[in-house]
Write a protein that binds this ligand. Structure first.
Ligand SMILES: [Zn+2]
Length: 465
């Protein structure tokens, strides 16, 4: 019996179980060219890491954009800096040879704040090479990974030229939720036209194998506020007859889930697209990530990427310090996040939660909203990209249907309407967002080889939309 998607499972299994390392005939010369530039590649990464492009410091963001632009230009790209309402976007292009597919690489030059500074063994914005890694804020997330694309072009050029069209889109606001990315992608959709988008960000699998991820969950982040008397009150004099915002908020929040943890808001699950048999099969093959603690439920982990989740991120009211203070607090607040599954709409989910909490006298404010995004696993680019990753790393990639987290992937799948593959180049122990962030030189080299091999494999497959 033919199950829906079973052909895809067979194809994916073939990719996963291919024993001999796949050879890309043209790759050898390119990999050799990469090997000769080890020191230069590290120097280029150090130049980028040394610019403290934290979102809160606009001048340094422009400086970082300019540095990325200079490095791309030196590698053969035609470079433009596009202004946005926030940090500039670097757009760089290598035109496609006649009839060749066009590939868009996305990355970001902004970084997380480096705090707590005292936890760093070397200064976060003065990159240090030790123990075979570049240490510094942004080394892995995402400067080293975006640099891989630039250096790959350099190597391809040295070995005779890039066989596909390549566009590079590097923004400077990813770590604050990409507030201006959708607008610029919409405005420049013509210039950004491509056959496939590829994002190298985040860590690859804990077992060291490369990974292709085919989508992300979306996010709605909101703040819920229950107001009381306008000031804290004596709980002996007022408790029981004055409004009690902490109680109001807690009761309203508790009502959002049933005893199994399912969300009780009517309509919440209406638009959730069920996982296909093929997606479930791929998810089941994946080794679960790091320790989740006692009572962790692997089945729940497998389905996590296909289901939404409503979570309390934070809750605050009244006195929680040492000893006691007997008050009826004036207000209570909570931060809630919803991870959205395909095809939930952030506006609709926000509206459902707002109405439901308003009925309990709670005001809700939206802080962030990012739609979910998904690309069919059986898109025409999976096979060549998987083949490229195997040629570059020596191992076939894991195929992961979805990321539990959120990235602005929807700008590619929804605005540009192209398949989008997330192909992380960072090792799982790169300490991204944390002190002592680092990128192992082996991973940096592997990333450059991967970007180059992806170009070669796409050219060879002749895959275009
Ligand atoms: Zn990050």
């Amino acid at each position: 019996m033919e199950r829906p998607g079973s052909k895809l499972v067979v194809a994916a299994a073939a990719v996963l179980s291919s024993k001999p390392m796949l050879e890309l005939p043209a790759a050898r010369a390119v990999f050799d060219a990469i090997a000769t530039r080890d020191e230069a590649i590290v120097a280029a990464l150090i130049e980028l890491v040394d610019i403290p492009s934290v979102a809160a410091a606009p001048a340094r963001l422009e400086e970082a954009a300019a540095a990325v632009g200079r490095q791309a230009a030196a590698a053969g790209f035609a470079v433009e800096l596009w202004p946005t309402a926030g940090a500039p976007v670097v757009f760089a292009e290598i035109p496609a040879p006649d009839g060749a597919p066009v590939l868009l690489f996305y990355g970001h030059y902004d970084v997380q704040p480096a705090e707590p500074l005292e936890a760093w063994r070397s200064p976060p914005f003065n990159a240090t090479v030790r123990d075979g890694a570049v240490y510094g804020r942004g080394a892995g997330d995402n400067k080293g990974q975006l640099l891989a694309h630039i250096e790959a072009m350099r190597a391809l050029r040295a070995a005779g030229g890039c066989p596909v069209g390549v566009k590079l889109l590097v923004e400077g606001e990813e770590e604050v939720g990409s507030p201006n990315l959708a607008a610029i992608v919409r405005e420049k959709a013509g210039r950004l036209r491509c056959d496939v988008a590829i994002t190298a960000d985040g860590p690859f699998h804990a077992d060291g194998r490369p990974m292709i991820v085919f989508g992300v969950r979306g996010l709605v982040y909101l703040e819920a506020v229950a107001e009381g008397a306008g000031r804290d009150l004596h709980s002996g004099s007022h408790g029981g007859w004055a409004p009690a915002p902490a109680r109001t908020l807690i009761q309203a929040l508790a009502d959002l889930w049933d005893e199994t943890g399912a969300v009780t808001v009517p309509g919440f699950y209406d638009d959730v697209r069920p996982a296909t048999a093929a997606e479930l099969e791929l998810a089941r093959r994946l080794p679960a990530p790091g320790p989740a603690g006692r009572g962790a439920n692997r089945d729940a982990w497998v389905t996590l990427m296909f289901q939404p989740n409503l979570n309390i991120s934070g809750i605050a009211a009244g006195y929680a310090g040492a000893g006691m203070q007997t008050i009826v607090p004036a207000r209570a607040t909570a931060k809630l996040d919803v991870r959205l599954a395909a095809d939930q709409d952030p506006d609709r989910i926000y509206g459902l939660l707002r109405r439901r909490l308003a009925a309990d006298g709670i005001e809700v404010r939206r802080i962030a909203a990012v739609p979910p995004s998904s690309t069919p696993v059986d898109n025409p680019f999976t096979a060549p990209v998987a083949r490229a990753l195997e040629a570059a790393t020596g191992e076939p990639p894991w195929l992961q249907p979805r990321l539990g987290g959120t990235t602005p992937d929807f700008v590619f799948t929804r605005i540009l309407a192209v398949p989008s593959l997330i192909v992380p180049y960072g090792p799982p122990d790169m300490h991204h967002h944390a002190p002592n962030e680092r990128l192992a030189l082996t991973a940096l080299r592997r990333g450059v080889r991967s970007s180059a091999a992806i170009c070669l494999a796409l050219a060879e497959s002749g895959t275009a939309r």
